[in-house]
Design a binder for this molecule. Structure first.
Ligand code: C5P
Length: 400
């Protein structure tokens, strides 16, 4: 899968840099083109000559070649790349990448790169465990970078613990899997709804719910990672995504969510409705803040909100797939199956409020997929990103 791909191999100054030669060779053997970018201190650990011989390209390390004045464009390099792999990544470089400290060619190239970035940390166990390193790696994750977690074992310090750079064969596999996955939904369009809806009572108050949007955003990113073009219609949430293939449309109320979902639906092959849409909205929105009256308690009249899932379900054409979510407290399966039928869904992801660690706001979820044709696929408690991967696996299997 990586044949013909352009890979920037970023090497930083750690003992594990000797493994980068093997990694460069594996990429080349797999048919990729490799451009090595080294930090100045990486050259203390492995020579540029070894790497340029293996890759057939001069190694880039400085902004320009001192004797000729030739300028090395980090922007061109960043645009050339299909992937950037930083292996080994020291705590120093991880910190610089996290905070945009672009004082060398490697970090400058990283900031210019549009391609997916893979970071394989290598350091001593205490450095790896330090809250600063953990926080910086979290920042990189939040930028959409892929962290290839280090393995545990004997370290250069002879201490035993987590910090060994992942073996080159495994890094190659991560990239191969990534590129393979990225083709599965290429050319498909997906629509995802996420988060709560806010239904205005007056200019400062609303009816809402505790939905965080985490499950929907994870699904949108997972669909995009597999190659789909995703429209994510999102209620008010604090989570965000920077994935270039996810187009986020922010809305507030159920009616606004319906309007945006209706626009994207006709072109969508896959629709996943994770939003916790408010069932009712105030019949009237006060144009001024409702004042507290001593004598009278105000009554808020409610009207029914549109059911987005049912509206889209009624318009579903052959070849379109709609997956819903259901959060139930009792008689879960019977209710979920009833929703599949009423809303004309292809499947529903059932998460029970009775399962600790599943549902609203938390980072984990446990989902059982029930299908319109009677299948029941039980899941396990996992991170929402992993649950999203399982759901997208189900989607891709159903499409093929
Ligand atoms: O009926 P219930 O709210 O339990 O159905 C849940 C499923 O229907 C979810 O997929 C949710 O996103 C969707 N839904 C919707 N519009 C509504 C209510 C629910 O799209 N008004």
């Amino acid at each position: 899968m990586i044949r013909g791909k352009h890979i920037i191999l970023g090497i930083t100054g750690g003992i594990a840099a000797y493994k980068s030669a093997m990694l460069a060779r594996l990429f080349i053997k797999a048919g990729a083109e490799v451009q090595v970018v080294m930090t100045p201190s990486a050259r203390e650990f492995i020579t540029p000559v070894t790497l340029s011989a293996l890759t057939g390209k001069p190694v880039v390390s400085e902004f320009f070649t001192a004797n000729t004045g030739e300028w090395h464009s980090h922007v061109d390099l960043g645009l050339w790349a299909d992937a950037m792999v930083i292996a080994p990544a020291t705590a120093c470089t991880i910190g610089k990448m996290a905070h945009g400290v672009a004082d060398n060619m490697l970090v400058t190239t990283y900031l210019s790169a549009k391609a997916p970035v893979f970071v394989a940390p290598a350091m001593d166990l205490d450095m790896m465990a330090h809250p600063s390193t953990r926080a910086n790696l979290e920042l990189l994750r939040s930028y959409g970078n892929h962290i290839i977690e280090p393995a545990s074992g004997e370290l250069a310090s002879h201490l035993i613990g987590k910090g060994r750079m992942e073996e080159p064969e495994n890094i190659l596999r991560v990239l191969e899997d990534f590129f393979e996955k990225g083709e599965t939904l290429r050319g498909k369009r997906a629509l995802v709804t996420a988060g709560p809806t806010y239904e205005k009572i007056d200019p400062v108050r609303f009816i809402g719910n505790y939905s965080s949007g985490k499950m929907g955003y994870a699904l949108a990113e997972e669909l995009a990672e597999r190659g789909a073009e995703v429209t994510l219609v999102s209620g008010p949430v604090t989570v965000s995504t920077t994935h270039p293939q996810v187009n986020v449309i922010k809305v507030e109320s159920a009616r606004e969510m319906l309007a945006e979902a209706e626009k994207a639906f006709p072109e969508s092959d896959i629709t996943v409705l994770t939003a916790a849409v408010a069932d009712y909205a105030p019949a009237e929105v006060a144009d001024r803040k409702i004042k507290r009256e001593e004598s009278e308690i105000p009554t808020i009249g409610l009207v029914k909100n549109p059911d987005i899932a049912a509206t889209l379900g009624a318009r579903k054409r052959p070849g379109q797939m709609i997956i819903g979510f259901a959060l139930e407290t009792d008689n879960e399966e019977a209710h979920a199956l009833d929703k599949i039928r009423r809303k004309n869904l292809d499947a529903i992801c059932l998460n029970s409020l009775r399962t600790p660690g599943a549902g609203f706001a938390v980072d984990t979820n446990l989902v059982t997929i029930l299908t319109a044709d009677g299948q029941k696929l039980p899941g396990e408690l996992k991170s929402k990103r992993e649950v999203a991967a399982d759901i997208v696996d189900f989607i891709t299997n159903s499409l093929s």
